[in-house]
Design a protein around this ligand. Structure first.
Ligand SMILES: Cc1cc2nc3c(=O)[nH]c(=O)nc-3n(C[C@H](O)[C@H](O)[C@H](O)COP(=O)(O)O)c2cc1C
Length: 733
């Protein structure tokens, strides 16, 4: 609901908000530019009397002095019958330049205030600001719910759904700019409400004009006590009396109030404080314009610049989600459905099963509502059963569309209990086979929700296992249920092998670095970066196998590392390929396994072909951020993958430190031994906010995690805590 509100308002107001944001960012430069050219004596250094004396000396025809909120001082004068306005140096009273308000900034101001229109434009700007405030508030609430509560709002944002545009990037930018944008939006709404008299405007109290002036010769302006008492920093405006009229007076406006000063005695004739409400009103306006606080203006301007980025990334993420969602025909609205099917999926194949389930149950007479697990609702008015279909990712983690499910489940009222069944989707090649489905099962069992049938597992999208589960479900709910799953064909592309490098033959572990390109007639490679996956479908099988990419699409090649497995259909196929041969594959984005942004150190840990994404991260490390690689192989002479390239990456500082261990050398060692040897350094790096990325086999990952727990113990940290903070990422197989 919150996400939909955020999205609908965002889409609706996008164009207006873009104009407001960009023009606001441009306007934020004006106070800073004015300030940069102004000389500003410190408080206590100069009074209004000092300034007026100097200005009068330089401008005998002076009529008015004004101090702009930026600190620049203006003098209005007449000279030989001509009026003029100059910017002056307040210290010397000398002319700096003729004052001409910038036509460009005036135009941008009109655009910002009213879209170059009349009052209707002003109203549109006010409404847009209100929508902006709603987007900010709903966005902050979404950030909190994504982080797992308001208290965790500032904790690192964890990796997110797959896709070319990472929702994490959107969330990180939004979090950085949210408060500034909210401040701009709320102050703008308030100003609009004043303008359209929806709020009462506080009128500045004016001093009474006094008639009790005695016509005495005027005293020199520098000696007038009332002007001597006012610091230059408090000056707003000083209007000089008409020379020929001894009864005329000085009008002095400060930030606090205004009044009249006698030209002969220099005493206040009358004075009125503006009052708290008017002062507050001015302060809010200055907050919005940044006129008096140029640094704040620049900050708000910078935040405004994120609006176009957030709008574009927001729309792309929405588009990405729309495209990723399978078209479900016959999906019953939540409040009418008797069967709720919730789907946990990262790469959408589970949605294909959900679609078949929807069709099967509908044919059996059920009214079915299918939704992502993250959209678990508080209440399903007519629901009689809950069916959960979920994949598992990472090392037993929730997939993207289910990463907030447990948190939401925690908050459900007890009365929501429904008879349930869980069907896990996974791959037995992973140690934590269907671990997330198990986690959900155990949770529901602990809550004592009635279980319809034991949790079942589907290995590598097996259609027959799914049909089998359908029969069991039909019996459990006493309905004739027949499920048929036909996998939606993935759009693969032919990839042509350009180059191969062989390693490991001497230790009987053939490992190949393979570099592919798209077949020339099919255009360029799609966008991807190191750590994403390429899925290869070997001849004679429907089930794709995933390999981590060592290259970025900008490198012009798609590079993977493959170790030939005994009886491995896909690895044998790949390792037998020769330059010119083709394989079918598709790119699978893997946003959850990427170095975090920033400058903190990155510790990369891998073994064997696990080096694949790690070398890609190092190659892409153009900013020479400190990267430390710990890698384990078998024998240096035979399978030291990327040995020469790693040396040159060390030389040009893409890589800061390299630690290698070989298990078949004269002194057999594993990568975790290297970590233990370097424990002091690792603790130092982790203490300074380093992030750890590990890629390799599950056993290696477990051994490394045990060693890291030992290393981190003196810091009162462990792998589990770092994982929670998003600082320990694993890509294991
Ligand atoms: C990077 C990656 C990590 C995976 N991790 C696991 C895992 O830990 N356990 C598991 O059983 N399956 C794992 N799988 C397999 C998926 O869960 C399985 O392919 C599932 O059918 C995908 O469903 P989806 O396309 O709906 O996300 C992983 C797949 C990938 C690509």
């Amino acid at each position: 609901m919150l996400r939909r509100l955020h999205l609908i308002i965002g889409l609706f107001a996008a164009l207006f908000l873009l104009v407001l944001a960009v023009s606001g960012a441009v306007l934020s430069l004006e106070p800073a530019l004015q300030r940069a050219g102004a000389t500003i004596p410190a408080r206590g250094m100069m009074s209004v009397a000092d300034l007026a004396q100097k200005a009068e000396r330089a401008y005998p025809g002076i009529e008015q002095l004004e101090r702009l909120p930026s600190g620049a001082v203006l003098v209005y004068f007449t000279h030989e019958g001509q009026s003029g306005a100059d910017l002056i140096n307040p210290v010397s009273g000398e002319r700096l330049a003729a004052y001409q308000p910038s036509a460009f900034f005036s135009w941008v101001k009109d655009l910002h205030r009213a879209f170059l229109w009349d009052d209707r434009g002003r109203a549109t700007a006010g409404i847009s600001a209100l929508l902006m405030a709603v987007i900010c508030l709903s966005g902050i609430a979404l950030l909190a719910s994504r982080a797992g509560g308001w208290r965790k709002l500032l904790s690192p944002i964890r990796g997110a759904a797959n896709g070319a545009i990472s929702p994490r990037l959107h969330a990180e930018i939004a979090r950085a700019a949210a408060l500034a944008l909210l401040l701009s939006a709320l102050t703008a709404v308030w100003m609009s409400a004043l303008r359209f008299e929806l709020l009462p405007e506080a009128v500045e109290q004016e001093a009474d004009f006094t008639q009790s002036v005695v016509a005495l010769p005027p005293a020199p302006i520098g000696t007038l006590p009332a002007l001597q008492q006012v610091d230059l920093q408090d000056l707003h405006q000083l209007i000089f009396p008409f020379r020929a009229d001894p009864l005329d007076v000085y009008t002095l406006r400060t930030h606090q109030g205004s009044g009249y000063v006698d030209q002969a005695s220099g005493q206040w004739l009358s004075y009125a404080d503006y009052g708290n409400t008017a002062t507050l009103q001015n302060f809010i306006m200055e907050l919005h314009t940044g006129e008096a606080y140029w640094w704040l203006g620049l900050l708000l301007g910078l935040a405004a610049l994120t609006v176009p980025v957030l709008t574009i990334t927001g729309i792309l993420i929405w588009w990405q989600r729309q495209r990723a969602k399978p078209q479900l025909t016959g999906n019953t609205p939540r409040h009418l459905a008797d069967t709720i099917v919730l789907v946990g999926s990262e790469t959408n194949t589970t949605w294909g099963f959900a679609k078949s389930l929807l069709e099967g149950l509908t044919a059996a007479g059920c009214r079915v509502h299918v939704a992502p697990m993250n959209e678990l609702a508080h209440h399903y008015a007519k629901a009689r059963r809950l069916l959960i279909l979920t994949a598992t990712y990472g090392d037993g983690d929730a997939p993207a569309s289910a990463n907030q499910f447990m948190h939401k489940l925690d908050k459900l009222p007890v009365v929501s209990a429904l008879p349930w069944a869980v069907l896990g989707f996974g791959d037995r090649q992973f140690c934590s086979f269907c671990a997330f489905a198990d986690e959900v099962t155990q949770y529901l069992q602990r809550q004592q929700w009635p279980q319809l049938l034991p949790t079942e597992y589907i290995d590598r999208q097996s259609g027959s296992s799914f049909e089998h589960w359908g029969m069991a479900l039909g019996q459990a709910i006493d309905m004739p249920l027949s499920l048929h799953y036909t996998p939606a064909p993935r759009a693969t592309q032919p990839l042509v092998l350009l180059q191969r490098e062989n390693y490991g033959e001497a230790v009987n572990a053939l490992t190949c670095v393979l570099r592919f390109n798209r077949v020339a007639s099919r255009g360029a490679l799609p966008a991807f970066s190191a750590g994403d996956l390429v899925s290869i479908v070997p001849p004679g099988s429907d089930a794709p196998r995933f390999y981590s990419l060592a290259s970025n699409s900008k490198d012009g090649v798609l590079e993977i590392c493959v170790r030939q497995q005994n009886n491995g259909l896909c690895s044998s196929f790949l390792c037998s390929m020769q330059p010119g041969d083709c394989a079918d594959g598709f790119i699978q984005y893997n946003a959850r396994f990427k170095p975090c942004s920033g400058k903190s150190a990155i510790i990369l840990i891998g073994a064997g072909t696990g080096i694949s994404p790690l070398i890609g991260f190092i190659r892409a490390n153009k900013s020479q951020r400190p990267m430390h690689l710990y890698w384990g192989g078998r024998l240096a002479e035979s399978d030291f993958l990327y040995q020469h390239e790693l040396r040159s990456l060390l030389t040009d500082k893409h890589l800061l430190q390299l630690h290698v261990a070989f298990s078949r050398s004269s002194k057999p060692e594993y990568v975790q031994h290297k970590l233990l040897e370097d424990a002091v350094n690792i603790r130092h790096l982790v203490n300074a906010n380093a992030q750890i990325l590990l890629c390799g086999g599950r056993k290696m990952a477990n051994d490394v995690a045990s060693s890291m727990d030992i290393i981190l113990a003196p810091l009162s940290l462990d792998v589990a805590k770092l994982k929670q903070q998003g600082r320990y990422l694993e890509d294991t197989y």
